[in-house]
Design a protein around this ligand. Structure first.
Ligand SMILES: CC1(C)CO[C@@H](CC(=O)O)CN1
Length: 427
């Protein structure tokens, strides 16, 4: 008998002006997962998953229009996938009107952790706030209880800064100042200097990072008395790119960046054991890279979204597993999944419960969601020594487990800088 078809809607940010065009790297991974799921006989037996996708251009308006077409062009779609945070805000808020569960493979904005605005939203991409428990862990490990925050005026960084301040308060860590800048960081850096900040968390996109560190070099807030904690998902040689936003040399930036620490969410499972797909994460990456080369529209360079590809692969698996579980539960009361309509709350309720209970080992690591639909994930800590990043540790917040690697953190004086000026008083 021909398998029946189950249909998914999706938007991927492919072309467009700015924002994250990670659909280029994520769509191939999602299609790989669709093929793998459909080849499984022990999953969705009697059904085939079909993916109907459009280009959102990481633009909420375009995404809304494409979502409308995807939903009103037959056949009925059971769930929807999305990428950029600003697109997920739009489709995540609208989805409840169609009783659709939404899963995002590429949204980092903390604003999306809001069950009031986004009751049916889940994401395999961790929120940007995932860095914060790791930052607190590092403050405690190196005995820093006085820190400062400098951030680019972007919603994702502002809301992450608010979350970090709240966690610092809970941990009795003083935030001497939290400064914002829109494009020119000069005044913000001056404030850090005036406050004698020594342990500085910087949250900005990569172009702003080059401007901040040119300013830090000029105002000499780097070196053995300072530690900067940055975001780890810039490309490795990000500071060598000469853009018109700053007029420092690569050598000057490299000096200012010496010894800084980065935190980032792990997006590729780092152990060798097999995942739910039967592949190890290494096998997945080999296959994924072959797929990219076959598509040859990337001519050898990594497309945007390359690092988030495991999240897209696992998002399709999360959807498939939730559908599988829902079909089994509906069968118990003799209701076929084909009864799903955009006005049918009951079936969406089953899908939501199944998605909420998701627990599997994916190529991006263990996939499970918090009560707000946020991805639980491990973080990776690196330190830049002489222009190169070295992994120094991994942190798992739920278990408070910090694993050191063979690379110890290096300090110019052989010990971590202090978080304030120590006035030596000879009694
Ligand atoms: C780590 C990064 C680059 C953060 O932004 C995400 C995109 C977004 O949140 O809109 C994609 N992944």
């Amino acid at each position: 008998r021909e398998p029946k078809e189950l249909h998914l809607a999706a938007v991927f940010p492919m072309q467009g002006h700015g924002g994250w065009l990670g659909g280029q790297g994520c769509l191939p991974a999602a299609l790989m997962a669709l093929e793998d799921v459909n080849n499984r006989t022990d999953l969705l037996s009697g059904y085939k998953l079909r993916l109907h996708w459009r280009d959102s251009q990481c633009n909420p308006g375009k995404a809304a229009s494409e979502m409308y077409d995807l939903l009103y062009d037959p056949p009925t779609k059971l769930m929807m996938l999305g990428g950029c945070s600003i697109v997920s805000s739009t489709i995540g808020e609208a989805a409840k009107m169609w009783n659709l569960v939404v899963v995002s493979y590429g949204s980092s904005s903390p604003a999306l952790s809001n069950r009031h605005r986004f009751p049916t939203f889940f994401r395999t991409h961790p929120s940007a706030t995932i860095h914060n428990p790791t930052r607190i862990k590092l403050f405690k490990m190196f005995d820093w209880s006085r820190i400062a925050i400098i951030q680019e005026a972007e919603e994702v960084f502002t809301s992450t800064g608010v979350d970090l301040e709240a966690r610092c308060k809970e941990a009795n860590i003083e935030v001497v100042s939290r400064v914002n800048f829109i494009t020119d960081p000069t005044d913000a850096v001056k404030t850090l200097k005036r406050q004698d900040a020594r342990i500085i968390v910087g949250m900005f996109y990569v172009a702003a990072a080059r401007r901040v560190f040119c300013e830090a070099y000029r105002q000499k807030i780097f070196g053995k008395q300072y530690v900067w904690l940055l975001i780890g998902w810039y490309e490795d040689d990000w500071y060598t790119i000469q853009d018109k936003g700053h007029n420092c040399t690569t050598e000057e930036l490299k000096q200012a960046l010496e010894g800084h620490i980065t935190t980032e969410a792990l997006m590729l499972y780092k152990e060798e054991n097999k995942t739910i797909s039967g592949m190890t994460s290494r096998t997945f990456m080999d296959r994924y890279i072959q797929t990219l080369e076959k598509d040859n529209n990337t001519n050898g360079r990594r497309p945007e979204g390359f690092q988030e590809a495991p999240l897209a692969y696992d998002a399709i698996w999360a959807v498939a597993l939730a559908l599988n579980k829902t079909i089994a539960r509906l069968k118990q009361r003799g209701e076929p999944i084909e009864n799903f309509t955009y006005t049918n709350k009951r079936i969406m309720g089953e899908l939501w419960k199944a998605m909420n209970a998701t627990q599997f080992l994916g190529v991006s690591g263990y996939v499970s969601f918090s009560a707000k639909g946020d991805r639980m994930a491990q973080t990776q800590i690196e330190q830049m020594i002489n222009g190169t990043y070295y992994k120094i540790g991994y942190y798992d917040y739920p278990t408070d487990d910090y694993q050191k690697t063979i690379n110890e953190a290096q300090w110019i004086d052989g010990k971590p800088p202090q978080d304030r000026t120590i006035i030596k008083t000879t009694l």
